[in-house]
Design a protein around this ligand. Structure first.
Ligand code: ADQ
Length: 489
């Protein structure tokens, strides 16, 4: 099978045996190890002078990483990727900041990535590009003469066309997306939003087709280009998580934490510290529960784990200050000598420990204002004890809501509804909790991480096969024309 080339903004930890990072890292590494190939991306370092990629070969996988000049980091990463695209694609046009120089830097880094990648490519490689940092990469690779199949997966939402239009170079970005052979989204709604943009804004056309196994795929034509688009909801490995959660639940850190709860109920939330995750709204809903139903005071705590990310982007500094203030205010209002309503922890934890904490929590509270998928929702359910499972309270605006029928689905802008759902979850009888858990574990197993990866790569390879077959037919047709012309002459 042809080699796989993965390109993402960051390359996952390369040392074998390190604790596995999130979904992308696990899913992609498995595929790379099967076929062999290259994982290319930014090293995470800023450098004085751009250097050729640093190469680290481990078995069949080559890790190739490049540093970014400080100006490129500011423009490409902090600027256009995280201060323009991230807020816009999460419907936060109020936080969107646009600067032409930053957009130029975004294009420049994508071109630099393409230049660095080209010498590593072989003719039959299949290229899989990840996420919003790299929308223009296929266009840059095509300009450099690359003819390999190139697919793109967007991990975050694609918004309604009206919102996407708020990004000043929206048409250039849509055109750049159409340079991919296959564009993968998390949900059907994202596919529909992109289709709407292409047909209404770009005056393109669309047609419903099917993948080899019958999944719906859309064929889009616009800007003189044709691409396919489909939903590939990212999954997890639920049984591996269940096993890790069970094993780690007997570890000292977990049992000591459980003891410190003194029999009180536990609500767990784990998110990167990001305004899209709806933390402030969640804290207010929890405060409302304590106020409206005072019998829950002293009987329940919310543990919010939220490691800071992108802390050099200004809006992220503001959200952190706001949450610290809110935690202090709510704790100040309700805390007793032996009880704090909210424990707010700004750090990363070992994944297995997190899964064990999920297992002992009666409620998983996952209420983003927008989220491409949200793997924490899936991890929370997978980590539960089947004989005594907790309840997932999930935002309707997480991509995961389309696939988690057993969750209590809430609108995170409706504080009272969220507060009522938390109370319902805390009081839910065992039989209902078990039924809801079963309703979710089935689909989680059926659509695990390997299904996400394999269906995307199968579709991309099918496009490659179609293109080769098409080229053969064209060659055959033109040579038979040639023969006819000779006969006529
Ligand atoms: P994220 O926005 O990072 O990902 P999410 O899907 O929830 O959101 O993934 C976070 C991962 O990091 C989870 O596996 C979680 O367990 C882990 N994590 C979070 N906090 C942690 C902590 N304190 N310590 C250790 N691990 C922690 C983007 C999109 C999502 C999409 C994913 C995957 O925004 O919508 O689901 O990509 O496509």
């Amino acid at each position: 099978m042809s080699r796989l080339i993965v390109v993402s903004n960051r390359v996952a930890p390369t040392q074998e045996g390190r604790p596995a990072a999130g979904g992308l890292a696990i899913g992609v590494l498995d595929a790379l190890k099967q076929t062999g190939g290259v994982w290319f991306g930014w090293s995470g370092e800023t450098v004085a002078q751009p250097q050729p990629p640093a190469i680290d070969v481990q078995g069949k996988v080559t890790y190739a990483t490049v540093g970014l000049a400080k100006r490129d980091y500011d423009h490409y990463y902090r600027g256009f990727s995280n201060a323009t695209l991230w807020p816009a694609l999460h419907y936060r046009t109020d936080l969107l900041r646009y600067d032409r120089q930053e957009y130029a830097g975004y294009l420049r880094v994508n071109q630099q990535f393409a230049r660095d990648l080209v010498p590593m490519l072989k003719d039959d490689d299949v290229i899989w590009v990840h996420d919003y940092h790299l929308i223009p990469l296929a266009e840059a690779l095509r300009e450099a003469g690359v003819r390999n199949p190139i697919g793109f997966f967007l991990h975050i939402p694609f918004p309604a066309p009206e919102v996407f239009r708020a990004v000043p170079p929206h048409a250039e970005l849509a055109k750049a997306l159409m340079a991919y052979d296959l564009i993968g989204f998390q949900t059907d709604s994202d596919v529909q939003a992109f289709r709407d943009y292409v047909t209404r804004e770009a005056m393109g056309t669309s047609a419903d087709v099917r993948a080899a196994d019958g999944r719906p795929v859309v064929r889009l034509t616009a800007y003189g280009r044709t691409a396919k688009a489909a939903a590939y909801p990212i999954g997890i490995y639920p049984d591996a998580i269940a096993q890790a959660a069970e094993q780690f639940s007997t570890r000292k850190a977990v049992t000591e934490f459980a003891q410190s709860m003194q029999g009180r109920k536990l609500i767990m939330s784990v998110d990167r510290l990001d305004y899209s995750k709806g933390l402030a709204e969640r804290f207010l809903a929890f405060e409302n529960l304590l106020q409206a139903s005072p019998h829950w005071q002293r009987r329940v705590s919310l543990v919010q784990i939220a490691p800071p990310t992108r802390s050099d982007v200004q809006t992220y500094q503001r959200i952190r200050q706001n949450l610290e203030r809110e935690t202090g205010r709510i704790n100040g209002r309700f805390a007793e000598l032996d009880w704090s309503p909210i424990r707010y922890l700004n750090r990363k934890y070992d994944r297995n420990l997190l899964m064990a904490l999920f297992r002992i929590a009666q409620v998983g509270l996952v209420t983003p204002l927008r989220d491409g998928m949200n793997l924490v929702a899936k991890e929370y359910v997978a980590a539960q004890d089947p004989s005594d499972p907790g309840v997932l309270v999930l935002s309707q605006f997480a991509g995961a809501a389309e696939q988690m029928p057993g969750a209590l689905v809430v609108n995170p802008f409706d504080m009272l509804q969220m507060s009522e759902a938390i109370e319902r979850a805390l009081s839910m009888p065992l039989a209902e909790r078990q039924a809801r858990y079963r309703d979710m574990m089935g689909p989680l197993r059926k659509n695990d991480l390997s299904v996400w990866r394999d269906s995307f790569l199968d579709d991309l390879r099918a496009i490659e096969a179609e293109t080769i077959a098409h080229a053969r037919v064209k060659r055959a047709a033109s040579s038979s024309h040639g023969r006819r012309d000779q006969v006529k002459a």
